[in-house]
Design a protein around this ligand. Structure first.
Ligand SMILES: Cc1cc2nc3c(=O)[nH]c(=O)nc-3n(C[C@H](O)[C@H](O)[C@H](O)COP(=O)(O)OP(=O)(O)OC[C@H]3O[C@@H](n4cnc5c(N)ncnc54)[C@H](O)[C@@H]3O)c2cc1C
Length: 372
């Protein structure tokens, strides 16, 4: 069978795109090397800009009464704290539940899934104007290919000149139960990284931190030792770790994280989500960037298939959109990421924020997009 669109990678960006395109009447196949449901390393805070789009794609979310997050607290090792309201704010839901609900919704609409199937290669035939996606078991033919295979895949198209000093980070996530303010996201800085805590569904909280990989190496790759040595230097984190009930037996972990500007388009496919570029999670918006790019790409693809724009116009519209909306935000987030590794700098930042709270509010605003 030939498809209108083949999507490689069924994470958040791929799932949103497949539902959106299917609702517009196109034949869509998603090739996903994993399966659902599954835990993923993520802070699980979604900026409000995506609230309407996600709820339109997946009405089942409405019944969940998810925590709405409107307040922000930043702390560092020097006992300094800064608190403010978030403006637009966000909401909390685990990736486990969100991807499962979107997957069920996509199946209900008739999206076809090739699960536990890895896409290996894409080729384009100029004569037939069709793409072939080779997997381990078959070749899938489609008019367009969209690549949402995440930040670290065999299709990575990084521009090596724009790396962030080659620094690698490790991400670690737990689900915990802890008596805490439902509408608050906390970021606690420690030497080498920062830890975010915010509430998700069913009275649970997500505790997720990102740390320079050198810190883990320095304690022989022992996560408990790293937590004691570095995270507990922030008294808030020590208290949280000692008083919380840890729901997941083992933390979910990911290594080799870096923040690089990538390409949005190549000869074979359109990139979206983290595969097009990844934002440092200190600004908490990678999921919304993935959703916003799915929203715009679906609209542009619809115009192309309806013959309102040519393939060249589709390409240039999508490239311009991506650059205008996300490049500056990604660059800004990379500075935040570097800053946030050093408690001395975070302490100074907190002092400045406490004297001039409007600076903090302005920066927070810059890291969130407009609702769509
Ligand atoms: C520590 C940390 C904390 C974060 N916290 C937040 C937060 O609080 N809020 C926020 O908005 N963002 C956050 N993010 C960012 C967010 O997690 C990502 O932006 C988001 O997951 C990107 O979604 P995606 O669909 O592009 O990629 P992914 O979710 O990575 O999905 C990619 C999919 O492609 C599949 N795949 C890969 N290669 C192939 C292949 N060859 N064939 C088939 N399938 C393939 C994978 O199995 C995967 O399912 C955080 C990131 C990190 C690292």
């Amino acid at each position: 069978m030939n498809y209108n669109v083949a999507i490689i990678g069924g994470g958040l960006a791929g799932l949103a795109l497949c539902i959106d395109l299917k609702k517009r009447g196109y034949n869509v196949v998603v090739i996903e090397k994993g399966n659902y449901p599954r835990h993923k390393v993520c802070g699980e805070y979604i900026s409000m800009e995506s609230f309407n789009y996600l709820h339109t794609l997946c009405p089942a979310l409405t019944d969940l009464k998810l925590p709405v997050i409107r307040n922000f607290k930043l702390s560092s090792t020097g006992k300094k704290e800064f608190k403010t309201t978030l403006g637009l704010g966000g909401f909390g839901i685990s990736r486990y539940l969100l991807e499962e609900l979107l997957f069920e919704e996509a199946k209900k609409f008739g999206v076809e899934f090739k699960l536990k199937t890895k896409a290996n290669e894409i080729t384009y035939d100029k004569n037939s104007e069709l793409h072939s996606v080779k997997t381990n078991s078959e070749t899938i033919i489609a008019q367009l290919v969209c690549n949402s295979s995440g930040r670290k895949s065999n299709f990575e198209t990084q521009d090596k000149t724009k790396s962030l000093n080659g620094t690698n980070y490790v991400g670690i996530k737990y689900h915990i139960r802890l008596e805490r303010q439902n509408d608050l996201i906390e970021i606690h800085n420690f030497p080498g990284g920062y830890c975010g805590i915010s509430n998700i569904e069913d009275g649970k909280s997500c505790l997720c931190y990102i740390v320079n990989s050198e810190k883990l190496k320095s304690v022989n790759n022992s996560i408990p030792e790293m937590e004691k040595t570095f995270l507990f230097k922030n008294q808030n984190l020590k208290t949280i770790f000692n008083s919380a009930e840890f729901i997941l037996k083992e933390p979910v972990t990911i290594s080799g994280i870096n923040f690089r500007i990538k390409k949005t388009i190549n000869d074979d496919s359109f990139f979206l989500g983290d595969s097009a570029g990844s934002i440092a999670p200190i600004t908490g918006n990678g999921m919304s960037i993935g959703l916003r790019s799915a929203f715009t790409l679906a609209e542009n693809i619809d115009q192309y298939f309806s013959k309102k724009i040519t393939k060249e116009q589709l390409t240039s519209k999508y490239m311009k959109f991506w650059d205008k909306e996300f490049s500056a935000r990604i660059k800004l987030s990379r500075h935040f990421q570097k800053l946030s590794e050093i408690p001395f700098l975070t302490n100074r930042t907190i002092e400045i924020f406490n004297v001039f709270p409007s600076i903090a509010k302005g920066l927070i605003k810059l890291t969130h997009g407009k609702p769509f």
